[in-house]
Structures are given as C-alpha cells and as structure tokens.
Design a protein around this ligand. Structure first.
Ligand SMILES: *Cc1c(COP(=O)(O)O)cnc(C)c1O
Length: 496
C-alpha cells in the first residue's frame, strides 16, 4: 500500500505523514493539510456492504492514515465507536418524505461532530506515541456551541491530554452552555469570555501563533494542538459514514452496485460536505453534492456565481452551527479544483483575507458542476420541520431542516429522482426551543428542559441521555474572563 503524505494547500513543500498532520493541525504557512492523492477503496462496494460500521471505518481510514498500523487504527476505532453511541449501528438511516436521513447524532453530545471527535483523541495520542512526543498535548478550542462540547466529551480523561475550551459567555444556547460547564474530567477546562465567537477564535489563534508561549509551554512539558474541523483527523473519520450509507442502501436492496446517489449536507465550515466529496473520489458513486446553507448563504452565492464574498452582515439563525461567513474547509476544494495547485490557492486565500472575496476561473467553475448550492430562510426551515413531522411523524432539528428544505427545492428545480441521503446533523433535542416553535408549541415562560418534556409528549421521541444527564448535573466550570485575558486563563489551568 502506497504511503499517503500530506502537504499544505498554500505551497509549503514540507511533506508530513498523516500522524504528523494530525498532531500539527494546521500547516506552518497557515494552509490546510491535503493528501498527495486520494486513494481508491480497495474492496468492492458489495464486499464492504457486508461490514459493520467499525470494519467499514477501518477499510476507509487505513487508506488515508497510511502510517498507522492495523493494530493502532483498530485500537482507535474500537475505543471511539463503542457504547458511547446509543445505537449499535452508529449512524442509522431513516426513510422519510422521499429521502434517507442519515442520523449522525447518536453520540455523546447529540450532534454529528461526535462522529469525528470521539476518535480524534485516540488518533492524536497514538500519533504522539508514534512520533516520540513526550509532552502532554493541550487542545485549545474556541467554540460557538457544538464543537466545544464534542471536543470536551472526546478528550475528557484521555491520558496525555488536556483541553481548554473558550465560549462566548452570552452567545450560546442554555442547553449548550449547561452541556459545557457541567463537563467532568480532571483534564478539562471551560472558560466563558466577555465577547463573541470571533473574539474567542481570534484569541485562540493568537495563542497558537505566539512562539514565546510555545517555548514557555515546551519547558513545562506541554504543546498545543487543535481539534477544529480543519484537522485532517476530523475529516477522515467523516468520510466513513458516506461510504457506510451507500453500502447500507446496497445491502438493503434500495440501490444496485454502481448506482449513483445524491447527498444533501447542511453546511457551515464545509467539513462535512468535503468528506462526502472525498468519499466520491474514493469510489462512492455520488451524482450531486447538494450544499445547503441557512440565511448566511455565502456558499449558495459562490456556487451560483463563482465569487466567494464574505463582505455581508452576519445573520443569527435557528441553525447556529451553520452561522459562518468563512467556510475554512472550502480551501481544500479550491486547491483540488485548481489542479492541486498551491500557488493558485494561496493567491485566493490572500485575496480573501485582504479584500474579503475572490473569484475563481471558468475552468475551475466547470469542475464544480457536481455541486448544487441552495439555502433556506428561517421560515422555510421551520416549515420543513413542521411538514415532515405532520406528514410522516419523523422529527428533525433545525440544521437538518435546512437540508430538507433545500432538497425539496432541488427536486422541484431538477426533477431528479436519484436516491438521496440527507445528513442529519443534530438531535431535535439539541435545539428544542426552535423545534417546538416550528411545531407552533413555543413557550417563553418555561425553560428548555420543560420544553423537552413537552416535545417528548408531542413526538414520542425519547429524550436523549445527553439532555437528561445535564438537567441536575453539578456546575464544574464557572470561570469568565475578559477577551484579552485568554492566555492567562490557559496558564492558570496548566501551571497551577
Ligand atoms: C457543525 C455543524 C454543521 C456544519 O458542519 P460543517 O462541517 O461545519 O459544514 C451542521 N449542523 C450541525 C448540527 C453542526 O454541529
């Protein structure tokens, strides 16, 4: 098997192994690590259809993480995909309203980020061992809500690691905040900041790129790494469930081997849909990648016009995990459609940081013909939840509803009847208030837990353990700092 090496999308020629790329997170020139080629699946799709989730994961991940031994990779997979998930299938599919909903929210924090963040800690500690890193790995994360909790749950009590999460004190939902501040594990630290998500992100980046701080840390036996979705260690595990959904459809006789499918992905940072694109390159027959945005429709405009333009107002929506104007992982797609040319990508990214926009060439646009961009307004999102529930009894969250709404538009637009998989990215109980409002059962006078009880009565869907367990859980983190005091908060936690 040929070894896959990774290098930067922006031109730094250093080639690193997969485990080194996972440890570093980001390339030294600020680019993202990309594989030197995307390997094809070795076994046929019908052979893979006989495998369970874990064996499928091994079949896919061994190709892209080629410097991990079989023993190492199987150890990571076995420890990640266990009883932390409330279903043995890990990613079950439900047919409703003419599409297959691939439920990616059965992990500990009831959002799809668990699919990757439950394995990343094992990939990272294994990578540290393989590369003779003696330091403790310190994961620094800024979160707008979902990533923080999923990373905390993944890294809690993992030997050899610490994790510090910064969140905007006044910018997350009550359930999201409670999920984070009740986090157990001696190696975890959660800090609210007086500022918004951008302040948190900027503060964290500043710490990351401060060589003096890195040196100070190294002397005390620590080094930073990142659990953000730009880490290749998050992208690779996400490819698995697209392979798995195809082979499930095959196994159940819904499609024949080689038939094409469509995928619809509610998109923010472009990580999840990029994983689908990689699955396509590895041999999954995917006809159209339907990219669904909420009112922050930068990507819809990009696919329609070839211009990426972040110069616009940021809209706060009921699908907050998609409220994003800079979709970081799009950089990998730009690099690929430029013919794996880092100089082209670097020029666009420079334009993006200086002018807030760039326009790709007609030749590059042609390579995007397999993408379809759509968006849903707030009203359309609510309507999608209500209609699907009224017609089928199937309940989806606000993010999935954006995808569902865009899919309806796509079918109207194209009359394409291809079998379609919709990535269902969060449990409706993670966004209970918005879901209840969509069902015309909103009530400002009660808290989210009372609403969850009511949603359970209305829908018959059991309240997940992730919600019931935080209801009366002890608050373990109550630190709040000014937005310029992040570094001191990190010092206090690590050196105390
Ligand atoms: C993070 C997230 C998304 C967006 O995924 P990207 O990989 O950032 O495009 C969509 N839905 C939910 C629930 C999320 O948490």
């Amino acid at each position: 098997m040929a070894e896959i090496l990774y290098s930067s999308t922006r031109g730094d020629k250093t080639k690193v192994t997969a485990s080194q790329a996972i440890l570093r997170g980001l390339a030294a020139d600020g680019g993202l690590f990309v594989p030197d080629h995307i390997p094809h699946l070795e076994k046929s799709l019908s052979e893979i259809s006989k495998m369970d989730y874990k064996d499928t994961a091994y079949e896919v991940m061994k190709l892209l993480l080629s410097d991990y031994t079989e023993e190492e990779l199987r150890y990571c997979i076995d420890h990640a995909y266990d009883s932390k998930f409330d279903t043995e299938e890990m990613a079950p599919m439900t047919e409703a309203g003419g599409a297959y909903y691939l439920e990616l929210y059965h992990g500990k924090t009831i959002a799809f980020k668990d699919m990757a963040l439950s394995i990343l800690p094992y990939l990272m500690t294994t990578a540290a061992k393989k590369n003779n890193i003696k330091n403790e790995i310190v994961i620094l994360t800024a979160t707008s809500g979902d990533t923080g909790k999923a990373a905390l749950a993944g890294f809690a009590d993992v030997p050899g690691t610490r994790i510090v999460v910064f969140y905007p004190k006044h910018g997350v939902s009550p359930i999201q905040e409670r999920q984070m501040v009740t986090q157990e594990g001696d190696n975890t630290c959660v800090v609210g900041i007086e500022g918004n998500f951008d302040d948190a992100q900027t503060g964290v980046k500043k710490i990351f790129t401060d060589p003096a701080f890195a040196k100070e840390l190294d002397e005390k036996g620590f080094q930073f790494s990142s659990a953000n979705s730009i880490n290749i260690g998050r992208l690779v595990p996400q490819i698995v469930y697209y392979v798995y959904s195809y082979t499930r459809l095959l196994k159940e006789g819904r499609i024949a081997e080689g038939d094409e499918i469509n995928v619809v992905v509610p998109t923010g940072n472009f990580g999840n849909i990029l994983a689908a694109y990689y699955a396509g390159k590895m041999g999954i027959p995917i006809k159209t990648f339907i990219c669904a945005s909420n009112s922050n429709k930068v990507l819809y405009d990009f696919f329609g016009t070839g211009t990426y333009d972040k110069n616009r107002d940021f809209v706060v929506t009921s699908s907050p995990s998609m409220d994003i104007l800079i979709s970081s992982n799009l950089e990998r797609l730009i690099y690929h459609i430029a013919g794996d040319d880092a100089s082209v990508d670097a020029a666009y990214m420079k334009k993006l940081s200086e002018e807030g926009k760039y326009e790709i060439t007609p030749a590059m646009r042609e390579k995007l013909s397999c993408f379809y961009g759509g968006y849903a307004t707030e009203d359309e999102t609510k309507e999608a939840i209500r209609i699907l529930f009224d017609n089928t009894g199937y309940l989806i969250d606000t993010h999935t509803a954006v995808a569902s709404s865009v899919y309806s538009k796509y079918v109207k637009d194209t009359n394409d009847k291809t079998v379609t998989v919709i990535a269902s990215t969060a449990s409706p109980y993670k966004f209970t208030r918005s879901v209840m409002e969509a069902l015309s059962q909103g009530d400002d006078s009660v808290d989210d837990f009372v609403l969850a009880d009511r949603l359970c009565k209305v829908s018959g869907v059991e309240i997940p353990e992730a919600v019931t367990s935080i209801r009366d859980a002890k608050i373990r983190h109550d630190k709040v700092v000014e937005k310029d005091a992040l570094a001191d908060a990190v010092r206090e936690f690590l050196f105390k």
